[in-house]
Design a protein around this ligand. Structure first.
Ligand code: FES
Ligand SMILES: [Fe+2]
Length: 440
């Protein structure tokens, strides 16, 4: 029987590293709107991503309001490493590698809490919440005078904060957080600097059999799917019918970061009215003008953060909800989603409750929008594992909006397209991704 293979396609898992990098450069063509399917699940591509993106980029690990008091801590993951984000006894925030310096045991096994010290469950070395080693069981007996505890503190990881978002990086040579974020900060202000924001409870976490990249791709660009994938929501009357998801702007600010900004809001102002003065004080007037008209805003901070402001009617009023999530890769074809809900600290209690409810209904783990997108992400990831002889022919089309020119007169920074049905942001995201994973 003859083979169905019409053309010899190189097997990715047999390629050397430099062959793979060349193959990626040859086959991923963002500027032409051509993205091949294999990048969405191939283990060798995933290996490159881990090394060149997740061990190098600034990644979100916590919001400051999660650790408001001295002694508060949360444990999080950073590029596959467990870290403790602590509010130390000295008032400083630190990101500490959650690895005991004696023999490498995982020091803290809780998700969050308040502790002055952390005691290792293996041999009992005791560390202050500043990272300092302060106690060793039977120290005099077992070490005499030979142990210098001051050299045995927990490894501190580089971190920085913008708009109360704590980021960390495992790369000491990475550019500053300020430079990494660049112009996306102007839009992050709308989400996190418009008022003092606080996280509600703990992040929800759930697992999806889909690649993290589809989350970021959907976030940065894809308003187009809304009325089809989420069509049942329009039928229920929870969002306006018609092409509401088209109106607004698609904006790219560089370094893989971008957003879709839905405006105007036909239903009116969706934020707590008692905070209008605070919004005006904290935001530039152009930013406040956008907030006034905002229907929704979906921001991707590369590589894997989604920030969402959306609004819906609850109990007869427009209620916005603000959330942040990460698409954390757990394998070439799987991810863990962690999602935080934030509210204005000084909003009325009833409004905070409604805002959290609005988020749970729509984008919580069982939210009506969320369920639809999970199907999209899992199916696309599974379909990308096609046999090798098909892979060269399966190239996805990202050409939407290539005939359009950016607009010049928008008040905020970035490359801005009028209306949101466009794949310009995805093309830019994959260009940035490709440059990162193929960098020598
Ligand atoms: S590994 Fe932690 S005390 Fe030994
Ligand atoms: Fe969606």
């Amino acid at each position: 029987m003859t083979t169905t293979r019409t053309k010899q396609v190189p097997r990715l898992d047999e390629m050397t590293r430099s062959e793979l990098i060349q193959y990626l450069k040859d086959t991923v063509k963002p500027e032409e709107g051509l993205i091949p399917s294999y990048i969405f699940s191939h283990p060798k591509v995933y290996e490159l991503e881990m090394e060149k993106i997740f061990l190098k980029d600034w990644l979100f690990i916590a919001h400051k309001s999660e650790i408001p008091n001295k002694g508060d801590f949360v444990t999080r993951e950073l590029g596959g490493q467990s870290v403790i984000v602590t509010h130390g006894a000295d008032g400083e925030i630190r990101v500490l590698l959650n690895v005991c310096t004696h023999r490498g045991m995982k020091l803290c096994r809780m998700d969050n809490g308040n502790q002055k010290n952390f005691t290792c469950p293996y041999h009992g070395f005791n560390f202050k919440n500043t990272g300092e080693l302060i106690g060793i069981p039977f120290q005099k007996v077992v070490y005499g005078d030979t142990m210098d505890k001051s050299t045995m503190g927990l490894k501190e990881i580089r971190h920085d904060v913008y708009a109360d978002l704590i980021f960390a990086t495992l790369d000491d040579d990475a550019v500053s957080l300020d430079e990494f974020l660049g112009d996306i900060k102007w839009y992050l202000d709308l989400a996190f600097n418009r008022a003092e924001m606080e996280v509600v409870g703990l992040p929800q976490k759930w697992n999806v059999d889909g690649t993290w990249k589809l989350g970021s791709d959907n976030t940065i660009s894809d308003s187009y799917h809304t009325l089809v994938s989420h069509g049942s929501i329009a039928k229920l009357g929870l969002v306006p019918t018609g092409d509401y998801s088209k109106y607004g702007y698609q904006i790219y600010t560089g370094n893989g970061h971008g957003l879709n900004l839905g405006m105007p809001n036909p239903d009116g102002f969706a934020f707590p009215e008692n905070l209008i003065n605070e919004y005006k004080e904290r935001l530039h007037e152009d930013q406040y003008d956008i907030l006034k008209q905002m229907k929704n805003m979906i921001v991707c901070v590369s590589p894997n953060i989604m920030i969402l402001i959306s609004s819906m009617e609850l109990k007869g009023q427009q209620v916005s909800h603000t959330s942040l999530r990460i698409w954390k890769p757990t394998g070439p074809d799987s991810m863990e989603i962690s999602a935080w809900v934030l509210v204005e600290k000084d909003a009325p209690e009833e409004w905070k409750r409604l805002s959290e409810q609005a988020n749970t209904l729509t984008f919580g783990s069982s939210g009506i929008f969320e369920q639809d997108d999970t199907e999209n992400f899992t199916d696309i990831t599974q379909n990308s594992k096609s046999p090798y002889h098909l892979q060269e022919n399966i190239v996805y089309n990202y050409t939407m909006g290539m005939h359009q020119e950016p607009v010049e007169n928008f008040v905020g920074p970035g490359i801005v397209y009028k209306d949101k049905f466009n794949e310009a942001n995805s093309r830019a995201f994959f260009r940035n991704w490709l440059d990162q994973i193929t960098a020598e």
